[in-house]
Design a protein around this ligand. Structure first.
Ligand SMILES: Cc1cc2nc3c(=O)[nH]c(=O)nc-3n(C[C@H](O)[C@H](O)[C@H](O)COP(=O)(O)O)c2cc1C
Length: 395
């Protein structure tokens, strides 16, 4: 399989990908950590369609450390074929647990990320996820100890200095924001540490608070303030509301509905070039026009894994790619069906076309095994195209 994106060698340091993208004035495209969903078959699929870096679902460090069964079922990697640049995300609240889990995972992934954003009550009750946004010293201690342990294991963790090393590994955090943005800045100042010798390689900001529902648009004004300050120190990824590359949730590039909310600063085009009227990705600003290094998508990619290839909705070849990946890197039937339902429904962007009707998407839940699912998709593809032979005949 060949990707559309920046295709790293298996052991590429993620910061190398950031560096290549920056030099080409391109954004990094990332698949968000998604509990249940961002498993290997899905990560391989989005990677083929332009996603540069893929997060695993959040894995609880404590279980990962204690059970080889948890390790085998939670972290699946590809031993043959394509292994996208992979960041394992842990849920943890102790330096010892996070650093141990990082040490166990490091041979199989390109970096380790700490979840400081999960708002679910069970997670917060355990002092995991978004609860950590009120524990800045603890988060600092976790990333420092993880970096120390990885260094002790022989991995190269000197950030940009090690970006060309095959042994290079990253340590990052994914955060939400506070209502009072000064608290988010205190958090970041503590966790990042000295700007010349930062403790994390990059940050991902999901500009919603712990209690903001995902139906409320992201806080672009908070993003603006944070990126203005922190993009000078380290790369910043935006997670939230990336549904279509031609209608980003900020700047003059926002869809008409969102324009009232759009405040992220877009600097002037360096060469005044704005002449790509027919290019579907032409409305995308360049990193040098913003304070962002890239975009991470969760719900947008679930519905349209080819989002970062510039497609406005999912197409049959993407469904085929996903099913082939599922055959090689199996998923439980119910999960595969759920993915297909998402991909065959309308995208979250402006393009509301869908591969299957609502009735057919409901019918998917009645299927009892993978063979039935493949047969069903073959029949629907023939109906859709008015030909015979199923998906594989054309692909
Ligand atoms: C099904 C699902 C599972 C998620 N699981 C995680 C997770 O494991 N770790 C995490 O940091 N965020 C998780 N998130 C949050 C997303 O990574 C992302 O920050 C959020 O959905 C906003 O992005 P979006 O607008 O692209 O969906 C999850 C979101 C969804 C929809």
């Amino acid at each position: 399989m060949e990707g559309y994106g920046i295709d790293p060698a298996p052991s590429t340091h993620p910061l190398k990908i950031f560096d290549v993208a920056r030099k080409q004035d391109k954004f990094i495209y990332a698949c968000a950590p998604m509990v249940r969903y961002s498993k290997l078959a899905f990560r391989q699929t989005v990677h083929k369609y332009g996603t540069d870096i893929c997060w695993t679902p959040m894995i609880l460090a404590k279980e990962f450390n204690r059970s080889s069964f948890a390790r085998d079922s939670d972290l699946t990697i590809s031993t043959q074929g394509v292994q996208p640049c992979t960041i394992v995300q842990f849920g943890a609240n102790s330096p010892l647990e996070l650093s141990r889990a990082a040490s166990l995972a490091a041979p199989f992934v390109n970096g380790v990320d700490l979840n400081c954003g999960c708002p679910q009550s069970w997670a917060c009750a355990e002092q995991l996820g978004a609860a950590l946004m009120n524990q800045r010293e603890l988060v600092r201690d976790m990333v420092v100890e993880t970096r120390r342990r990885l260094h002790g294991d022989g991995w190269h963790v000197a950030k940009d200095k090690d970006k060309d090393s095959a042994q290079g590994r990253s340590v990052s955090v994914k955060i939400r924001v506070h209502d009072d943005l000064r608290k988010t800045m205190d958090f970041l100042d503590t966790v990042i540490g000295h700007p010349q010798d930062r403790q994390v390689d990059w940050i991902t900001i999901h500009p919603r608070t712990r209690s903001t529902p995902s139906t409320t648009p992201i806080r672009t004004e908070a993003l603006e303030i944070l990126t203005t300050k922190y993009s000078k120190i380290l790369p910043v990824l935006l997670s939230g509301d990336i549904f279509d590359l031609s209608t980003l949730p900020f700047g003059p590039f926002a869809s008409p509905v969102d324009q009232g909310l759009a405040t992220l600063t877009i600097k002037d085009e360096p060469n005044g070039d704005s002449s790509h009227a027919n290019d579907s990705t032409a409305a995308v600003p360049k990193p040098s026009n913003t304070n962002l290094s890239g975009f991470m998508s969760a719900r947008g990619l679930l519905a349209n894994p080819a989002l970062f290839a510039g497609q406005s909705s999912c197409s049959w070849d993407v469904v085929e790619t996903f099913m082939c990946n599922v055959a090689r890197c199996p998923l439980p039937l119910k999960l595969a069906v759920h993915h297909i339902q998402e991909m065959c429904g309308p995208s979250l962007g402006n393009d509301k076309s869908s591969l299957l009707s609502k009735k057919d998407r409901i019918k998917l839940t009645e299927l009892t095994n993978m063979i039935e699912l493949i047969g069903f998709l073959d029949d629907k593809y023939d109906e859709y195209t008015g030909r015979t032979g199923g998906l594989r005949r054309d692909l």
